[in-house]
Design a binder for this molecule. Sequence first.
Ligand SMILES: Cc1ncc(COP(=O)(O)O)c(C=O)c1O
Length: 371
Amino acid sequence: MGTARSVPFFRYQQAFTMHEEAYTRIFQDVMRRGAFIMQKDLEELEQAIASYVGVGHGVGVGNATDALEIILQAKGIGPGDEVVFPSHTMVATPGAVVAVGATPVPVDCGPDHLMDPAALEPAITGRTKAICPVQLNGRTCAMDAIAEVADKHGLMIIEDSAQALGSKYKGRMAGSFGAGGMFSFYPAKILGCMGDGGMIVTDDDDVAHLAFSLRDHGRGETTDAERWGRNSRLDNLQAAFLLWQFQDYQGIIDRRRAMATMYDELLRDVPELVLPPPPGSDPDHYDVFQNYEIETERRDELQAFLRENEVGTLIQWGGKPVHHFTALGLDASLPGTDRLFERSLMLPMNLTLADDDVEYVAATVRRFYGA
Ligand SMILES: Cc1ncc(COP(=O)(O)O)c(C=O)c1O
């Protein structure tokens, strides 16, 4: 068990070569049909994902950052408005808020690494319009508590569910809790394409109608522009690759959950580690393990040791929560998030890993702690 090997954090080339034959066939088919922009592959993917999430509409866009910006715009959020979000997220979340002219307000995360519902009320002002929970690492927030605050203050919920396609809270899918949600198809995402891609999901007909228009130069059913828009259409070739992968999406989730179970079984007796809750341990949550983010003592030393032993790890967002990007002016005191960022580390978690890879990573972590 755990024979020495190299386990990079993600094997980008393998994401293609693992399915090279299928992708080449799809490429030839799409090219031969000349089906480049907004063709049936995109439409089928939009319908498949919307129905999977349990909402009325899917709108394929260029990336998940545009998706969030378009939802905010469609809900009329703009200058003078504030949107509350957790600082443990990609800069894309507040970036989308700034792009529509509104102000992002960062709040702390809790022990589950997700937005802390208790941190919301102090952050709400007369200008707050929306709460933007981030369904991070493939886990959906305890949405009951967030919805309670939103209802009490008359706020919208708009989800950053970029990392959480298929994740559920109390049986309900990430992306389906508020006015809109979105998914990222960045190559390292659970459902990843070979470039950029994203999708809006919404049950709100008006949001969907606006989103279809805003992603396509503000055009409506005809080529007349009905409003100012942008070009952010999900590329039809990428949609075709995604549609093929999506046929066995449950298989992809099952494999990630199996790897999370392996890490848990191999590492849970190491006292220096705090591991994510293993699959099946909490009936309220169904996690899809976009990431396997642990907390650990002597994190930097562990990371260096793993690197020496050819195991790639990452600290999310380059090692800093968003409120520490000083150039952005999001200065805030968020002690829970700060403490987490002294301790958090992501172990490899993706479909290019074999069981032996997972065993080697776990064995190397154990070796570091003398376990
Ligand atoms: C939490 C979160 N939000 C937003 C994004 C942005 O997604 P995209 O790269 O598709 O714009 C990402 C992508 O990494 C993400 O992880």
